[in-house]
Design a protein around this ligand. Structure first.
Ligand code: SF4
Length: 213
């Protein structure tokens, strides 16, 4: 049997560089941190395959430039906000330890938005877990989730939301968010659902109303 030394393991899990689809400074539009200035780091690469995905151009990691972590952090530091939101794509396709440590050392709060489809890695101040029906989450995400954000595309998503809410920790915030293209249809159902089940809160994609990225 072969064993892996700590140095070999560190080398195997080294994440530099990462495929960056886009990075931009804006307001976080949705979820528990909605309304805050944030630097978004969108990684390329996703194999979850949501039919309603609004960033399908992120799916193929080869289409996005591999960028050194030092460059990612340097670009983030240009702006005054010190909240970094790592999203995708599916960011947990990559080991996140190196990027998150570098961001935290530079003074950033590190938030992730993930489907949880891969084992959780990284040093996070906030974990937004948004499970998808198209690829089951990895068990490591449930105890770490600070926010369970379920996208409601049709009525069956309420039962899907409850099934995941039963597995997260007590501190985890529970959010229901209408899928943007089904917004008008699903919004009244979500409002009624939350009135009947008040441990849930609504999350709206306010950045789309503000017409900002
Ligand atoms: Fe798109 Fe996110 Fe679903 Fe991947 S997990 S397909 S990026 S919505």
């Amino acid at each position: 049997m072969t064993t892996t030394s700590a140095a070999q393991e560190a080398s195997l899990t080294k994440t530099t560089p990462l495929p960056i689809m886009e990075a931009f400074y804006t307001l976080q539009g949705e979820g528990a941190h909605s309304g805050k200035a944030a630097y978004f780091i969108r990684l390329g690469g996703c194999d979850v395959g949501c039919v309603w995905c609004d960033v399908k151009e992120s799916w193929d990691a080869d289409h996005h430039p591999k960028t050194a972590i030092s460059t990612i952090v340097k670009n983030a530091l240009v702006y005054p906000g010190r909240l970094a939101v790592v999203t995708g794509g599916e960011p947990l396709m990559y080991k996140m330890n190196e990027l998150t440590l570098a961001l935290q050392e530079a003074g950033f709060q590190t938030n992730i938005e993930t489907s949880g489809a891969y084992p959780l890695t990284g040093h996070w101040n906030w974990v937004c877990f948004s499970p998808k029906k198209f690829k089951a989450p990895h068990p490591s995400i449930y105890p770490a989730a600070d926010e369970l954000k379920v996208i409601v595309f049709n009525k069956s998503d309420f039962a899907f939301a409850e099934a995941h809410a039963a597995q997260v920790a007590p501190h985890c915030k529970l959010l229901l968010q209408p899928e943007w293209s089904r917004h008008e249809t699903m919004l009244p159902l979500i409002i009624d659902y939350i009135k009947d089940n008040p441990r849930w809160q609504i999350s709206l994609q306010t950045h789309k109303f503000m017409n900002i990225p």
